[in-house]
Design a protein around this ligand. Structure first.
Ligand code: AMP
Ligand code: MN
Ligand code: ZN
Length: 815
C-alpha cells in the first residue's frame, strides 16, 4: 500500500478549490472583511483567544473557591457571566432557538443552560450542514442515486473549515470527505439488517475458545434463524413459531440474550506476564511497515491465522451512522508489532465472525483505545466479542493524564501529530481513498507501543505495585462485557425526547410530536435510515409547534425538505390533522406536561416532596377520597397532614383526569384521557408511582417488575381509548376499596430506591434491559463532565468533543 502520498500536492489542490469558493463569496458577505476567509480567520482567532483566556481561569475546586472569596473577583465573574449569557441568548435568538439563558435558577439552571446550548448547537450545525450542501450544489431532496459505476467521492472544502494561522503552526485544512451519491452498502449485505422493534439477539452461532458452550436453544435458534430473523417474519409452521415464541418467553430467554462470553470473562485471569513491567517495544516507522487492505475471504482467513499466533494486537473501528438506522461498521483496523491491516468491514461483513478465534483467545491481548462503542459495534454487526481487552483510554484515565484522547497519547508518547480530519468522514466510500486508509491506519499503528508505555507508567505511578494496572485490566474487562442493545420504540419514547427538550407543548402539539415521532421511527427502521435523516428533530418540533393546516405548511417547516418527508407529506398531514382534533388542554406555563420532574425550578426537591405525599397516599382511590372528603374529623393525623401538604400542590395527573368542561373528541385516537384509565389502574402500585413520576415511563419496563405488553406497538396500535363509562369506573375503581381509616399504613420509603431521584438506575440491576439505549432521561455525565447523549430518536449533528448525538448513545472517548 502506498503510504507516501504527498501532503503538499493534496493541499495545493484544495487551495484552488478554496479560492474558487471565495471568489463567489466575496461580495458583501461579511461586512468589514475582505472575504469570508478573512472573516473566518478573524473569528477563529477570537475564539482561540477566548478559549485560551477561559483555560487561564482558576480551576474549579479549591482554587476557584479561594478566588471567589474576594468580592472583586466575584463581582467581575458575575458581570462577565451575565454578559456572556446575554451574548449567547442573542446568538440563540438569532437562530430562532429557545434562549432563556439568564432567568434560570442559579443553582439548578446550569444543567438546563447546558441543554439549551447543546440544542442550539444542534440547530446551528444542522443549518450549517444544509447550507454547505446547498453551496455545494447538492439537492438533498433527491433520493440517493445508485451510480452505474463508482463515482469518485466529492471533496467538500469551504473556507470555514480552514484553521486560522493563529495556531502558530502551518495552516491545516480540515476536510469533510463526503460521498453524496454513494451506493448504499446495505444493498450488498448478505443478511438483511434487522431493524425490527425487538431486542437484539446476539449474532454468534459458533463460539471459539468456549469454556461454557452456547446455550443449546440459542444454537438451535440462531442456526435456524441466523441472522436474527424474527419467526413471525418467516414462513414457518405455526407450531414451530409457537415453540420459538415459547423459547423466547421462558427462562431460556435470559440465556439467549446473555453475553455469550460472560462466563469466560468472569473467569478470566490476568496473566502474570502482562502485570510485570515491560520493556517498551518501539513501533516501526509507518513508511517501513507493510499495510494490507483485506477485502477477500482468503485474506481474512490468513489474517486470522496470523493473529492467532500473536500475543497482542491493536484494533480500531470506523463507523457510519447517518444513512442507516442502527449504524454500520465500515472498517476494522488491526496492527501487530510488524504490520498494519485495514479490513473492509462492509465487504466482509458476513465473514468477520471468523476473527472470534483470535478476538476471544484469552492468551492474546487486544489493545483498543476507547473501546466502548467498538465493543458494541463488533457485536451488532459481526457477532464478534473480545476476551482479554486492554483499553488505553482507561489507562490514560488511571494515570490521570491531562487529556485522554488518542491524539494526546500519540503526541505524549510518540511525538506524533495526528490529524482528526477524517474522523467524521463518510467511511462507506469505496474504493477507500488512500488518504483515508493512511488516516485509519494511524489509529492502531502506534497503539501497542502506547500499551507498553502506559503499563510502565501505571506500575511506576504505583511504586511498582500492580494495583493500578490491575484496575485498568478490570475496567477493560467491564467494557468487553458490554452488551449491544437495540433502540426500542415504546409508546412513551417520544416523551423522553420531549422532556429533554423541555418545550412546552399543548396537548395538540404534544400529540403531533408523538405521532411524528412514531412515524419517523417506523419509517427510519423500514427504510434503514437514521431518524436524523428521516426527519431531524428540530423540524419535527417545528411541525408540532405550528400544526400546519395544509401539506404545504409541513413542507414549509422543513428546509431543506427531507426526501422521506416530501414523499410522505400526505401521511404526515393526516397525522397533524389528527393532532388538531385533540381537545386543547392548557398546560402549565413552565411546560409541565405529565411528570413531576420538570414542574418547578427546584424540580428535585419539589419532586421529592410530591413523591413522598403520593407514596403516603399510595392509591388512587384514596387520593380521590381525600380530595372529596369534607369531613376533616374522619381523617387520621397522618392523613390530615398529607391532605394539607397535598393542597399546596397541583395534582400532577390533573391533565389526565376527566374534567366536565373539557370536550373529549370520540374520534381522537390518541386521547390523553386514555391515560386516566391506565394511570389509575397502575397507581395502586407504589412502585409505579415511583417510576412514573421519577423516571421515564420506559423505566417501568425494567424496574416496575411488570413487563408491559405494549412495548412493541407502533403507530395506530396504541391502547384503545376507554369509553366514558370505563373512565368513570376508572375514576373510582370498584375493586379497590378505600383502605379503612385505622388500617392506613404510610408507604415505607426506606424501601424505595432513592436513586431514581438522580435519574440513575441502580447499578445492580442485572435484568435484561431492552430500553437501555432509549433511556437517558437524565443525561449521563462522563467523568470529565461531558454529557453523553441518548435516546433513539435523538440524533443530531452536534459533534461535541467526547460526545455524539448522531448515532446512539456512546461515550466518545476523545481521539
Ligand atoms: P475513532 O475511534 O476515533 O476512530 O472513531 C470511530 C468512529 O466513531 C468514527 O468513524 C466515527 O463514526 C465515530 N466518531 C468518533 N468520534 C466522533 C464524534 N465526536 N462524533 C460523532 N462520531 C464520532
Ligand atoms: Mn476507536
Ligand atoms: Zn478510528
Amino acid at each position: 500500500m502506498d503510504s507516501s502520498k504527498s501532503k503538499d500536492s493534496t493541499n495545493s489542490g484544495l487551495q484552488e478549490t478554496n479560492s474558487d469558493i471565495n471568489d463567489e463569496e466575496k461580495n458583501d458577505l461579511c461586512p468589514g472583511f475582505k472575504d469570508a476567509d478573512a472573516f473566518v480567520k478573524y473569528g477563529l482567532g477570537a475564539v482561540l483567544s477566548a478559549t485560551k483566556a477561559s483555560a487561564g481561569l482558576p480551576q474549579t475546586g479549591d482554587e476557584y473557591d479561594f478566588y471567589r472569596s474576594f468580592p472583586g473577583f466575584q463581582e467581575f465573574c458575575e458581570s462577565q457571566g451575565d454578559k456572556l449569557l446575554h451574548c449567547m441568548s442573542q446568538i440563540m435568538q438569532h437562530h430562532g432557538c429557545r434562549s432563556r439563558m439568564r432567568d434560570r435558577n442559579k443553582l439548578t439552571g446550569l444543567e438546563e443552560r447546558f441543554d439549551l446550548v447543546v440544542d442550539s448547537n444542534d440547530v446551528i450545525l444542522e443549518r450549517v450542514g444544509i447550507l454547505l450542501d446547498e453551496a455545494d450544489g447538492v439537492n438533498r431532496n433527491q433520493q440517493p442515486v445508485m451510480p452505474a459505476e463508482f463515482q469518485p467521492p466529492k471533496i467538500v472544502v469551504s473556507s470555514w473549515n480552514r484553521m486560522g494561522s493563529s495556531s502558530g503552526s502551518r495552516s491545516e485544512t480540515f476536510r469533510l470527505l463526503q460521498a453524496k451519491n454513494i451506493a448504499r452498502p446495505q444493498m450488498k449485505f448478505k443478511e438483511k439488517v434487522d431493524n425490527s422493534n425487538t431486542p437484539f439477539i446476539p449474532k454468534i452461532f459458533i463460539k471459539p475458545n468456549a469454556v461454557k458452550p452456547l446455550p443449546s436453544c440459542k444454537l438451535l435458534l440462531t442456526l435456524m434463524f441466523f441472522p436474527s430473523v424474527r419467526p413471525e417474519d418467516l414462513d414457518v409452521p405455526a407450531a414451530l413459531a409457537d415453540f420459538i415464541h415459547q423459547q423466547r418467553t421462558q427462562e431460556h430467554v435470559e440465556d439467549m440474550f446473555a453475553h455469550p462470553y460472560q462466563y469466560e470473562l468472569d473467569h478470566l485471569t490476568i496473566q502474570e506476564s502482562v502485570l510485570s513491567k515491560p520493556e517498551p517495544q518501539m513501533y516501526k516507522p509507518l513508511t517501513e511497515t507493510k499495510c494490507s487492505f483485506i477485502d477477500t475471504l482468503d485474506d481474512l482467513v490468513a489474517l486470522n491465522e496470523k493473529l492467532c499466533k500473536l500475543s497482542e494486537f491493536a484494533v480500531d473501528l470506523e463507523h457510519h451512522s447517518y444513512r442507516s438506522f442502527l449504524g454500520l461498521t465500515c472498517l476494522i483496523q488491526i496492527s501487530s508489532r510488524e504490520e498494519d491491516f485495514i479490513i473492509d468491514a462492509i465487504e466482509l461483513r458476513s465473514e468477520l465472525y471468523i476473527l472470534n478465534e483470535a478476538f476471544t483467545d484469552p492468551a492474546i491481548v487486544k489493545v483498543f483505545h476507547g473501546a466502548d462503542s467498538d465493543i458494541e459495534w463488533l457485536q451488532r454487526d459481526f457477532g464478534l466479542y473480545v476476551v482479554n481487552l486492554f483499553d488505553t483510554h482507561q489507562a490514560s484515565r488511571a494515570l490521570n493524564l491531562a487529556r485522554h484522547s488518542l491524539d494526546q497519547l500519540l503526541k505524549h508518547f510518540c511525538n506524533v501529530n495526528s490529524e482528526k480530519r477524517y474522523q467524521l468522514a463518510d467511511w462507506r466510500i469505496r474504493p477507500l481513498p488512500d488518504e483515508m486508509v493512511q488516516y485509519a491506519r494511524m489509529d492502531t499503528h502506534y497503539l501497542l507501543y502506547i500499551y507498553d508505555c502506559v503499563r510502565v507508567q501505571l506500575l511506576d505511578f504505583n511504586h511498582g505495585q500492580p494495583g493500578l494496572l490491575q484496575s485498568v485490566w478490570n475496567k477493560s474487562k467491564d467494557i468487553s462485557l458490554k452488551k449491544y442493545t437495540k433502540p426500542i420504540f415504546t409508546e412513551e419514547s417520544y416523551l423522553e425526547l420531549q422532556r429533554k427538550q423541555k418545550r412546552s407543548f399543548n396537548t395538540q402539539q404534544l400529540t403531533a410530536f408523538r405521532l411524528l415521532f412514531a412515524w419517523r421511527d417506523k419509517l427510519a427502521r423500514q427504510e434503514d435510515e437514521s431518524t436524523g435523516f428521516t426527519l431531524p428533530t428540530h423540524m419535527m418540533n417545528k411541525i408540532s409547534e405550528e400544526l400546519p393546516k395544509e401539506p404545504q405548511g409541513i413542507i414549509a417547516c422543513c428546509n431543506p425538505v427531507p426526501p422521506l418527508v416530501r414523499q410522505q407529506v400526505n401521511e404526515l398531514h393526516l397525522l397533524v390533522q389528527q393532532a388538531r382534533e385533540m381537545p386543547l388542554l392548557k398546560v402549565r406555563k413552565d411546560g409541565c406536561q405529565n411528570d413531576l420532574q420538570h414542574c418547578s425550578p427546584d424540580g428535585k426537591l419539589d419532586t421529592l416532596i410530591r413523591l413522598i405525599i403520593l407514596l403516603i397516599l399510595n392509591s388512587a382511590s384514596f387520593l380521590k377520597e381525600l380530595e372529596t372528603q369534607n369531613d376533616h374529623e374522619s381523617l387520621s393525623v397522618a392523613q390530615m397532614k398529607a391532605r394539607r401538604i397535598i393542597e399546596c400542590f397541583e395534582n400532577p395527573f390533573r391533565m389526565y383526569l376527566p374534567s366536565s368542561d373539557v370536550h373529549i373528541s370520540k374520534n381522537a385516537k390518541f386521547d390523553p384521557s386514555s391515560k386516566i384509565f391506565e394511570v389509575i389502574k397502575e397507581l395502586h402500585s407504589s412502585i409505579y408511582i415511583q417510576t412514573y413520576l421519577c423516571c421515564p415511563p420506559n423505566y417501568m419496563f425494567e424496574c416496575g417488575g411488570k413487563k408491559r405488553e405494549r412495548v412493541a406497538s407502533e403507530v395506530g396500535e396504541s391502547t384503545p381509548k376507554p369509553s366514558k363509562k370505563q373512565m368513570k369506573s376508572a375514576e373510582k375503581p370498584q375493586k379497590t376499596e378505600p383502605p379503612p381509616k385505622d388500617s392506613f399504613k404510610p408507604f415505607d420509603y426506606s424501601q424505595s430506591d432513592l436513586k431514581v431521584f438522580a435519574g440513575t438506575k441502580s447499578k445492580d440491576n442485572t435484568q435484561f434491559d431492552p430500553n437501555r439505549q432509549a433511556q437517558g432521561f437524565k443525561k449521563k455525565k462522563t467523568a470529565r463532565g461531558q454529557k453523553s447523549n441518548s435516546g433513539a430518536g435523538n440524533r443530531s449533528m452536534s459533534y461535541m468533543a467526547g460526545k455524539s448525538d448522531r448515532g446512539f448513545r456512546h461515550n466518545w472517548p476523545k481521539r
